[in-house]
Write a protein that binds this ligand. Sequence first.
Ligand code: HEC
Length: 308
Amino acid sequence: MKCVDGSPRQTQKVFIHMFKSLSSILFSALVVVLPLALEGAETRPHNLIRVSDRIYSGAGPEGEADFKAIRNLGTNTIISVDGVTPDVKGAGALGMRYIHIPIGYDGITRKQAAELSQAMEETTGTLYVHCHHGQHRGPAAAALAWRLSTDCSATSATEVLERAKTGRDYHGLWAAMNMENLDQVREERPTLLETAKVADLTARMVLIDQSMDRLALAQKAGWVSPPDHPDVDPAQEVLMLEQHFREIGRAEDSKHPQDFRDWRAQAEKITVKLRDDLKAGQKAGADGYYADLRQNCRSCHVAYRNNR
Ligand code: HEC
């Protein structure tokens, strides 16, 4: 790891400099031990990795045992970048504060980066950053928070994603490691929320609809980026659709009857198959799944949108 600790930026407080050499020694020792002892899916919480001397990343806590494990890392602040409302009570019971910065699978906006920077600035001690599984959005947010609070390079931040085995297809998350003009981001100083507004079903449907519009252009162009819309990447659109339907399942399934849940699950499955066909260059197969997906939208809407 090139940027073990990241030199504190000049604006940081003097006492940090005093403790830095000691914490660097401790951290260097842990860096060697931790990959063997702690990293990977078998940890509690799952997918735990140490990003820096202040930051851990991993899966979302599921119950008291996970919160205890997080507390035992020395954590006093938990950052959730997940799209569901965090368990503020569960964290609070163990003396930990939540900061909620929901991010999408398509990348990290400058506003969200400013919130990550502010979280690093206004807290002291150890932070635990999580999404749902702790593999994609969480490590990306943790690595960017590390960059924003130190002088670590984009390369070092990218190495965190490699260690976390973040999916290569999430281009926006990888691109966020190269965010430019970080000083401008640091200057914003936004107000942080314990529970931010999360995307509800209507908001997700709007995003799904926009993705489907772009996908329609790609389909017409024979499943490549349309010449007049070079920014449209069909595989990316399908991946984002898959994530939206999955997140709807996590947030909504328990509120709806079985047939709604079936249509939602089917939509998610179709997107997986569509993406496989796109990867394999099976254009006729992709056309078929695209038609299935359109039909799936209609079926669920007839029952749950259009007639109520
Ligand atoms: C599992 C059921 C289900 C599936 C599948 C589904 N939808 Fe929806 N959709 C809904 C419901 C329910 C609403 C109404 C939400 C509300 O009350 O605001 C809705 C609303 C919408 C809206 C209106 C949003 C607004 O601004 O009010 C759009 C657009 C939409 N869906 C697009 C799609 C597309 C495109 C697909 C397929 C790729 C799709 N939906 C698949 C259930 C579904």
